[in-house]
Design a protein around this ligand. Structure first.
Ligand code: OOG
Ligand code: NI
Length: 468
């Protein structure tokens, strides 16, 4: 029996092989990311603090886009076979450069599973009923088109159900499942209906990418790197132009938090088109791109609020200084130095980041009793804190990644109101509960804290920090 996690690791590996064969710049990216990771591992004894090098080297996220709740449920079934559950709700319709999708990310949830292979897929659902993008006539034709297509062959879905139920597959079935699953996310050679694709592209390039063709595809596959600034410079040296900046928190001397990402546009890829007169021609489309990311510590809701406030203030200062002013990273760094905890210790004590706790190996041996507050427990040496890695995505960066890789602005009628969507409605569309990322991090943190305090016999701290 090939267990779930091995199916997941094999799927990520094969997808990476397929993508590298088709998108040469991705192979360059992997080479450079590998070099940078090895260098960081050599120079920094703490390089493994946010994930062992073996995990980080194999780590990828991908992104797919689907058109209907039915397709989303089928994708969820395939990911369930790989031990990946939907986590988080992202609404990218209101962000700057809005795109007509709502999204979630399929990923492993348990720490042991993440350590084995953290493969995740950002998955977006086209919001066909959103009147800001699609009028009633276009919605009807779009839904009819989507209703006629089959993204995932029935055999793949049957194998996925079995793999979920039995927590793995026999080797020959695993082979078949992996082959079909990778094929489902490959770019299809099927001719693209030119008139239909163009009509949708006028509304939104993302709408055309999803609803203008009869299949889906992985649109990028993102490796993780330990020094994204070094990687950014080195890609430029190799002649690959990245987008203007690294999205997310700035580089600074304090703790790495959340997620920093940057991307580059893929090249045109040859595609066949069916023209309005029925003839088949060759042309090109740009639908796949490259991206890389560095991951940091997961932030609590209070930490996210601090992050949001710093981002807003960075925006305000940049707008005030106008063109030719300082670089975003520099403005942000100055603000972070004044307004964000400068050490992991402070991040933990102020409750802004998530950590797992353990009794310190060299805790006080005198007759002092452990204090009842986290700051005291940490500074007096009762507890050690180990950061929990951020395993999710950032809506603003996601919108930026979408935007930077699209051709054309599309059209959005902001005067109309959008269809309401939230995590609950998305759960109904997926047919499985969409997990709240904060709850997952908090549960892991709280369990470790309770355990550590019990081991210390820190009754006062248990009563204050772990009520109920
Ligand atoms: C997904 C964009 C979001 C990320 O890393 O934030 C994403 C897409 O382009 O479909 O992958
Ligand atoms: Ni991405």
């Amino acid at each position: 029996m090939i267990p779930t996690w091995r199916l997941r690791a094999a799927f990520a590996r094969r997808l990476s092989g397929m993508y590298g064969a088709e998108v040469p710049a991705y192979t360059t990216l992997l080479e450079v990311a590998g070099e940078v990771n090895d260098e960081v591992a050599r120079r920094d004894p703490d390089a493994g603090r946010l994930g062992a090098l073996a995990r980080v080297t194999a780590e990828r996220h991908g992104a797919i886009r689907v058109g209907t709740p039915r397709e989303l449920r089928q994708a969820a079934q395939i990911f369930a076979a790989l031990g990946m559950r939907p986590v988080g709700f992202y609404d990218l319709r209101d962000a700057a450069g809005a795109v007509p999708v709502v999204s979630t990310a399929f990923r492993p949830v348990e720490p042991e599973e993440l350590a084995r292979n953290p493969f995740r897929v950002f998955t977006s659902l086209l919001t066909t009923a959103d009147r800001r993008f699609f009028d009633a006539g276009l919605q009807t034709r779009l839904e009819a088109f989507l209703g006629r297509r089959t993204l995932f062959p029935p055999e793949l879905l049957t194998l996925a159900e079995r793999a979920e139920r039995e927590r793995g597959l026999e080797p020959d079935q695993a082979e078949r499942f992996l082959t079909l699953a990778v094929a489902a996310f490959e770019l299809s050679p099927e001719p693209v209906d030119r008139a239909w694709y163009t009509e949708l592209a006028r509304v939104s390039a993302v709408a055309a990418d999803i609803g203008g063709v009869t299949s889906t595809h992985i649109n990028h596959l993102t490796p993780r790197v330990l020094d994204i600034d070094a990687l950014y410079r080195r890609m430029a040296d190799r002649g690959i132009t990245m987008i203007d900046e690294i999205q997310g928190p700035p580089r600074w001397d304090g703790p790495d938090v959340l997620l920093r990402q940057t991307s580059f546009r893929a090249l045109d890829e040859a595609r066949t088109f069916r023209e309005p007169d029925g003839s088949v021609t060759t042309g090109a489309l740009r639908v796949r791109f490259g991206e890389v990311e560095a991951r940091g510590i997961a932030l609590s809701p209070a930490g996210r609020a601090r992050y949001a406030a710093l981002t807003t203030e960075t925006d305000r200062r940049l707008a005030a200084s106008g063109p030719g002013g300082p670089a975003r990273q520099d403005v942000a760094r100055a603000l972070w130095e004044a307004g964000f905890p400068r050490s992991e210790h402070r991040l933990a004590a102020e409750g802004l980041g998530y950590f797992t706790y353990e009794p310190a190996p060299t805790r006080p041996r005198d007759r002092r009793r452990p204090p009842a507050d986290l700051a005291g427990l940490l500074t007096q040496g009762w507890l050690t804190a180990h950061p929990i890695v951020y395993e999710d995505f950032l809506p603003r960066s996601a919108a930026g990644i979408f935007r930077s890789n699209l051709t054309g602005q599309g059209t959005r009628d902001a005067a109309r109101t959008g269809t309401p969507y939230d995590g609950h409605r998305l759960s109904e569309a997926v047919g499985r509960p969409v997990h709240d990322a904060f709850e997952i991090y908090a549960a892991q943190q709280d369990a470790s804290l309770r355990h550590a305090l019990e081991a210390l016999g820190a009754d006062d701290a248990l009563r204050t920090l772990c009520p109920s």
